[in-house]
Design a protein around this ligand. Sequence first.
Ligand code: HEM
Length: 142
Amino acid sequence: MTELTRHPEKLRRARDEDVPPKTTIYVNGWARGRDPNSWERPEVFEPERVMRSSVDTDGHDFEFMPFGEGRRICPAKNVAMAPTELALASLLHSFDWDLPEGMKKEDISMDEAPGITVHRRSPLVLVATEYGGVEVKDKPQC
Ligand code: HEM
C-alpha cells in the first residue's frame, strides 16, 4: 500500500480513469474489513471469525491485511504481534473483567471515530478484579 501511495502512477489506468501522478491514495481498510463479499455479517464484532477462516496476516489475503502486503509489508509484523498477544493474554489471565455498576452489555458502544487509524468514539471503561478477589482501584480504560 505504501508502494501505491508513493508511486500512484502504477494505478494510472485503474478503472479506465487516469490517476494523476503524485496523487495521494489511501486504501480503505475499514471498508475492506466490512465487505459482505468477503465476510459473513461483517458488522458484527466477532474476532473468532479469523480463527475459522484460512486468511492470515501475511499479505496474501486481500480481505484481511492489517500489516499491508508486498515488498512494503510492515517489517515489524512479528515484533508487533508478540507483545500484543502477550499483553492481552496477561490481562485475561490475571483479571476478571466486569462492567461498571449499573451498566449493561447493550450499553457498550462500538462506534468508531473517523481517522487514518480506527479508534473508539467513546472509551471502554471496565472494572478489573485480580484473581483472588482484589478489585483494582484505578479502573483501566481500554
Ligand atoms: C500492531 C502493530 C502494527 C501494525 C498493525 C502495523 C501496520 C503497518 C502497515 C499497514 C504498514 C504499511 C504496509 C504497506 O504499505 O503495505 C506498515 C509499515 C511499516 N511498519 Fe508497521 N505496523 C505495526 C507495528 C510496527 C512496529 C512496532 C514497527 C517498528 C518497530 C513498525 C514499522 C513499520 C515500518 C518501518 C513500515 C514501513 C515499511 C516500508 O514502507 O517499507 N510497524 N505497518
